[in-house]
Design a protein around this ligand. Sequence first.
Ligand SMILES: [Zn+2]
Length: 654
Amino acid sequence: MSRYLITSAIPYVNGVKHLGNLVGSMLPADVYARFRRAQGHEVMYLCGTDDHGTPVEIASQKEGTPTAEFVKHWHAFQANIYKNFGLSFDHFGSSSNPQNHALTQHLARKLMENNLLEVRTEEMLYSEADKRFLPDRYVEGTCPHCAYDKARGDQCENCGRVLDPTDLLTPRSAISGSTALELRKTSHLYFKQSQLVPTLQAWIDKQTHWPDMSRGIAKKWLQEGLQDRGITRDIQWGVPVPKDIADHFNAPDLANKVFYVWFDAPIAYIAAAEELANLNGETPQGDIPLSPTPKSWWMPDEPQLTSSPSEPSPSGGENGISQERAAQRTSSYVSSADSRKDILHPEGDGTSVTYTQFMGKDNVYFHTMSFPATLFGSGENWKQVTTLKSFSWLTYYGGKFSTSQGVGIFTDAALRLNPLSTEDSPLLLEEGAPHPLPNWADYWRYYLMARAPENDDSAFTWEDFAQTVNKDLANVLGNFINRTLQLTHKNFGDTIPAQPTWGVAEEALVGKLTTLIASYTAHMGAMEFRKSQEKLREIWTLGNEYLAEQEPWKVIKEDKERAATILSVAIHLIPLFARLASPFIPESSKLIAALTSSEDKALPKEGKIKEALQNLQNKTFTLPTGVLFPQLSDDIIARCKVEFKAPPDSAKSP
Ligand SMILES: [Zn+2]
């Protein structure tokens, strides 16, 4: 058993996220977490909301709600949506909780002790109209790199560049719109991360197993030169700079400032584990504000790995690494890593931790540079990321999904969509109303993972959504299950028949399944989700092919024993398909497995496939009470296109 620490980028707490946010980090992280759990590994999957920062303060002020109350509301709102999407966080934390405050202040102190902080007096934009300094998003203006005119003071949404407010051309206040801004002096804490460049460079150089996108972005940052960064802000909402740090620098006004949101946000991953531990009654011991269980994940008692237990990409090529190289790298700390199987199923000693982060490509900087720099700079033995899986963008018919512009599909609306609605009933259910399809979220999960923007951008279209789920879930998987169970029920009642004529066809089926499952497992392990889903589809198709070739509906007329064997084997495929599908469509998998009295949730191990096709003989099964995967009709899709403002002339998928 190995230990997998998994995090997905923490979303800003304010507002509802769109499907692009979901598929760009949380959903693939969940698929991966479920896969590793199903393999029998120990998993800690953490996420939470990013509660601090100027957008939150601005939004709560505009609404006239105290910021803490505003944050609580949206945290609960988002947590509920993710629960309904089946996201299986071990804990969904909140960066404004005391655990994150304590950890952030602790790490800042460590940086100070290691002489990596300094106070700099700088000129900042001050708004006379607003009577305050304007950090980050309190300033908007034109991007100096791409001329986008709605760029924010911290980052340009259009070209992705990280900005300082003073970089913006024609800056204006985001609060009042005033352009009467002037530069005034203010003191801030700076993190001298440029001093950590050699450490970061050496560390990044060793991450040859990272996907190209993640590694490329990290290298670009190092080439461009890593600047020291201000890590405090002139706002009220955030983790306060502790008085001892202000005293150390003899700069009392620092105690009126808070840490920059990007300093404390990634630390919230660690804090989420601590929140969970505190809920379980654990308390921190020693100098670090971390209880024993989170400590075993975030400061595991293991040597600092010079490399990582990555897995070879089964597809090879640019994104992959050769088996030999992977074995060489792995052999330094996994003594039995002399075969492909061991690399694919690292059987750790239960103490070493593999840490994988999932995020959109715009967040890679913070996770390859500033967060690792914080952890390295502390001088403490914090777990650094093992593999960083980054994603491009999901587009809406080729255009941008945008929270600020209201373009695309939002996560709450996606869940409230009722595909069974008629002309007389609303397309969107009331908030909180039960959904008529218990596995509706799986339609989204399945489709979004089929189009996960793993390399290039990927387009969402309603036509493609309908085509994909109708074909794969309804026609391939749903039909196979229904056909098999109905035919067996009609001829043999409610008992899964025995298999007196197991033979050549069945052995051939076991062979094909073994090959495809190995491929599926390898792609999943390498986080090549689209490829693993293709293999899953091929595995499902084997069921229909087996029935079409063996024709039990004909055989039954002459050879009842043979027909019983065929249908029994086919029924055994059903829970096997469900187990393999469970990372993608967990709720459906539960419903499907329940039809066949199967209780096994683990992924089938190599060499155990034959057993999986035989171990339910003489047990009972039940028929589905309704259609497992109702099709999305043309009419529903036409209505969705109107409701969600699909671009005109988009009848054909791009
Ligand atoms: Zn730009």
